[in-house]
Design a protein around this ligand. Structure first.
Ligand SMILES: [Zn+2]
Length: 206
């Protein structure tokens, strides 16, 4: 039996994390921000907001407490002669931009061409989330996911394409709702061989 809190598999029902204590100076910082935006942190509807915000941010940034490569440590050598692309397509994710701490929401497609071994397919999503649950820029998120798979699985190729919307663009500043940003990182055969790259992009739906 594995402990679902430590190694949940897809489909497991995971109990909500226990409420962590929020240090007073953290709550006070959020009260200051509320005041600065023009509202009154002492009005009834906002009384518990600093605690909620602080705990929510601990969850948004849970990736700091995680080693993403840990998810790639259990590999399967026996692949039955399978030597084609493995692709996990359109994985929804949420992150936060490091410039505004605004939400980044989108989907990622992650593919690799195995050399000698594969990982459980859900592990690719876990690597993504471990990096996404930090303050990020989309370009770095894309590169970190690809590099992690490249360095720990030693595959023949890695392809990561991320398409996301940025709250800091849609909700403020230039206010362009619906505009998505696409970033990609190709490594190994997907970088060097045009046909392999075209094949993986087509599988991803691009
Ligand atoms: Zn931003």
């Amino acid at each position: 039996m594995h402990d679902p809190h430590h190694d949940p598999v897809d489909g497991d029902i995971v109990a909500p994390p226990p409420k962590i204590p929020v240090p007073e100076h953290v709550a006070e910082a959020i009260r200051t921000l509320i005041r600065w935006t023009g509202d009154d942190p002492d009005r009834e509807g906002l009384l518990d907001t600093p605690q909620r915000v602080a705990r929510a941010w601990k969850e948004y940034c849970a990736g700091y407490g995680e080693d993403p490569s840990h998810h790639l440590s259990r590999v399967f050598e026996e692949v039955g002669g399978y030597d084609e692309i493995v692709l996990l397509k359109d994985i929804p994710f949420q992150s936060h931009c490091e410039h505004h701490m605004a939400p980044i929401t989108g989907k990622a497609s992650i593919a690799y061409l195995p050399r000698n071994h594969v990982v459980g397919i859900s592990k690719l999503a876990r690597v993504l989330h471990a990096f996404a649950r930090r303050l990020q820029v989309q370009e770095r998120l894309t590169a970190e996911v690809a590099d992690c798979i490249w360095n720990h699985l030693h595959p023949q190729g890695v392809a990561v394409v991320i398409e996301a919307q940025h709250g800091c663009m849609t909700g403020r500043g230039v206010r362009t709702p619906g505009v998505g940003m696409v970033t990609s990182r190709m490594m190994g055969v997907f970088r060097e061989d045009e046909r392999s790259r075209a094949e993986v992009l087509k599988l991803m739906g691009y």
